[in-house]
Design a protein around this ligand. Structure first.
Ligand SMILES: [Fe+2]
Ligand SMILES: [Fe+2]
Length: 500
């Protein structure tokens, strides 16, 4: 108990230090953003920027203060909504890199093409794919306020500049928010490009309404602004597609596009698994189907669950013939000691992790490969050792963990065991499958395998129900075919005659 108290205290202290570190990183990145804005002002007016700073010093001060408050809001948003985000410095670098790239691109397109051609939606769409939807929606507001502040305070205070700044505010909100909603279900690159086109529809209306109060209302102006706005929306999608692989690689993020590539049957490790360990490959396909259904049922990322299940047993590639599903007749375990057998079996989790890390697969998928058996005992070989020698240490016959750290790992741990158990069982009635799944979950709860992932009892119950339905569907009772054969004239031939 004392030990738990100390480790909790230590954890709190570490997290406090991380938070202070994040605060400093936010401050440093804030200065970097100010430097970028400063460079933009200089580029805007290469000869007169000194005068601009002298004459508009109050505007510059307002800009510095507004940007400070905007990032302050960003910091507190993460503090209250997703504190884990702040504990990783790479997340903060990711946030500011995306902000700086988006600000520069908005500046370049606004300055050298047209104010309406700015790729406002790129920031929110990229955040949606690289992180999540909720954060994308909120951070889009901060990003657009940032662009608005730059437009308002760093462009000189003409009436036109003010009108443009306010139109930026509305267009930015609409582009970012609708971009997130439209791109939410997008799974292919061409669909994302189409999203850019659809996105331009509401924004073209906004431009129209902004033109109405204008005394010198001009249709040509409207058409050219609308054209540039459509271009801006499409450019947002194109730039999001261009920058996505870069952010994916640098910050090891997972997008639906990357997950699709990983779950394609052409993915190199899966091709190897299919040819060298076909039994394991087929088992992984069924586990993937089960894991995906369970993930949907409890509101987890279904694509990630499927990908992680495809790769959960790739460690078996080291010695595929040592695993039942790949054996046909010869069994190496008949010739070696139970200790050695257990050692070979349990090493597949670590081998899988190493193989996936070496091949630069996302860490979250490698973690599932390492955690999917937790610290469970390998009962078959423990029992064999006990029968041979009457004395065996359960530690030598247990996986080395760690236990599941995420809900996805917990889902795959259960689905993996449920698939193997029902495949091995002769009775696959829904009652029997229900009994097997309940037993698997209860045993893992007794062995404290779910202590480090935040899965709830309710979710475990949903997973059990989902597995029972899915497994009953996979192994449904087949109607027995009549034992009749036909001859060439398609006349039924009695099977008794056939057998004679
Ligand atoms: Fe396994
Ligand atoms: Fe497995």
């Amino acid at each position: 108990m004392k030990k738990i108290k100390t480790s909790l205290g230590e954890k709190k202290l570490i997290n406090k230090r991380r938070l202070i570190g994040s605060g400093f990183m936010f401050a440093a990145c804030y200065l970097l953003v100010l430097l970028v804005v400063f460079i933009m002002i200089v580029v805007n007016d290469i000869h007169g920027w000194v005068n601009f700073f002298v004459e508009q010093y109050s505007d510059i001060l307002s800009l510095v203060v507004s940007i400070f408050f905007l990032f302050g809001i960003g910091f507190f948003y993460f503090y209250f909504e997703d504190r884990e985000f702040l504990y990783k410095s790479s997340n903060i670098v990711f946030y500011f890199s995306l902000v700086i790239v988006s600000v520069i691109l908005c500046y370049v397109f606004g300055r050298f093409v047209n104010i309406y051609a700015r790729p406002y939606a790129m920031f929110a769409v990229l955040w949606l794919f690289l992180k999540n939807r909720r954060q994308a929606l909120f951070l889009n507001f901060i990003f657009i306020f940032l662009i608005f502040s730059i437009d308002l305070f760093a462009n000189g205070r003409s009436v036109n500049a003010d009108i443009e700044a306010y139109s930026t505010l509305l267009l930015g909100f609409v582009c970012g928010t609708f971009g997130v909603f439209f791109a939410n279900k997008v799974r292919t690159r061409s669909e994302l490009l189409l999203t850019g086109v659809f996105l331009s529809v509401p924004t073209v209306f906004i431009i129209f309404f902004f033109q109405i109060p204008n005394a010198q209302y001009d249709w040509i102006d409207y058409v050219s602004s609308a054209g540039f706005q459509i271009l801006g929306c499409v450019i947002s999608a194109v730039l999001a597609l261009t920058f996505m692989p870069i952010f994916e690689a640098v910050f090891n993020c997972l997008t639906p596009f990357r997950l699709r590539e990983l779950t394609s049957t052409n993915a190199p490790i899966l091709v190897r698994l299919n040819s060298e360990a076909p039994g394991t490959f087929n088992h992984s396909l069924i586990v993937a189907q089960l894991a995906e259904t369970c993930a949907v049922a409890i509101g987890e990322n279904a694509e990630l669950a499927r990908a992680a299940a495809y790769y959960h047993d790739v460690g078996k590639l080291r010695q595929p013939d040592c695993f039942t599903e790949n054996q046909s007749g010869y069994n190496l375990h008949d010739e070696i000691t139970p200790e050695l057998s257990a050692d070979i079996i349990r090493s597949h989790t670590r081998d899988g992790y190493d193989l996936l890390v070496q091949n630069h697969l996302p860490k979250v998928i490698a973690d599932v490969a390492r955690e999917h058996h937790g610290t469970l005992p390998i009962k078959y070989f423990y029992d064999k050792a006990m029968r041979y020698s009457g004395d065996a240490d359960i530690k030598d016959f247990s996986y080395q963990g760690p236990i599941p750290q995420s809900k996805i790992a917990a889902i795959i741990m259960i689905a993996d065991a449920a698939e193997a158990a029902t495949r091995a069982s002769a009775d696959r009635s829904p009652e029997k499958v229900e009994q097997v799944c309940r037993g698997i979950i209860e045993e893992r709860m007794d062995l404290r395998q779910f202590d480090e992932c935040d899965i709830t009892m309710k979710e475990l119950n949903i997973i059990k129900q989902t597995l029972v339905e899915a497994l009953s569907g996979i192994h449904h009772h087949r109607v027995e075919y009549p034992d009749i054969r036909f001859n060439r004239e398609k006349k039924a031939v009695k099977t008794e005659e056939d057998h004679e």
